[in-house]
Ligand binder design. Sequence first.
Ligand code: 8OZ
Length: 370
Amino acid sequence: MTTLYDPLNAGSLHLANRVVLAPLTRNRSPDAIPQPITATYYAQRATAGLLITEATAISHQGQGYADVPGLYGTEQLDGWKQVTDAVHAKGGTIVTQLWHVGRISHTDLQPDNDAPVAPSAVQAQSKTYLVDRKTGAGHFAATSEPRALGSEEIPGIVHDYAAAARNAVETAGFDGVEIHGANGYLIDQFLKTGANRRTDDYGGSIENRARFLLEVVRRVADAIGAGKVGIRLSPVTPANDIVDADPQPLFEHVARQLAPLGLAYIHVIEGATGGPRELPDRPFDYERFKKAYRDAGGQGAWIVNNGYDKERAEQAVASGHADAIAFGKPFISNPDLVRRFQENAPLNPWDQSTFYGGGEKGYIDYPALG
Ligand code: 8OZ
């Protein structure tokens, strides 16, 4: 029987075990540059089978929050190289998450203070986080009204994903990338009817709404090799005011199209991101979703996330529900989570007040077992 602590090959990635660090936004990268404490934070967690970094902007236009990192500037890549060197020195495997927020942004964060871009000019009822440069004080702000992307602009954004992937692997030393296709950001906005009102080849039918996602995945795979590429999807999350009228056939189509591409893994958020696993008004059959991928020949690892504890995770791997499990909050407060699981050791509680922004406190000061 396969256990949570067995190794796993996912495309070109070799995981020492099936405990994965979920991507977690921490807002500690001023000017989008990862800091020395960022390297410490990830290196402390290097015993995970796979570390997925916090969401990282592929371009200035892809930025949506204060102090989140990027993959498009020299200093950003230098900062990330310190991170990957520190993780590799400890024998870890690390991929970075490629992020374009689309409409989940604010004019203050955009090039020339322009409107954020989106499939359609539909404002999200959502908040972003800004920092006053003069006082350093942070505050939440409503996301700005976006403008609809012209179809002639789309190839440039697809190119930005591929360029960021190349920067990540060739310059910053990452083992691969995860494409952020979840949580109501740009790719999810194209996928779902609540945000996509387009009448061109990128809107309307399921095939058209999935087109942007598939163009991005193919171009990134061409740039760095499909075996180094994963994708995160969230079929029914309400995060960032996103909704689809009929997610089951949409995601089964996506699964069938992804299957032949030879990706390293598919990473699925089950339910509401960081919230309930079951949403009575948004039913979804995850087994059918996975079956659509496997029946179409998909061989990537199947990683799941959302509210898993040790028992549920061990059970999910033993039963074949998933190949690996991503943990968020427990991994923030337990850098040695794998060892604690294996030894049945108690877990440190997490401090929600230090999740976003700040410095070392609540970031690199959670104790490991002696
Ligand atoms: C929390 C705060 C800001 C961004 C996501 C990248 O939900 C995020 C995020 C989470 O995927």
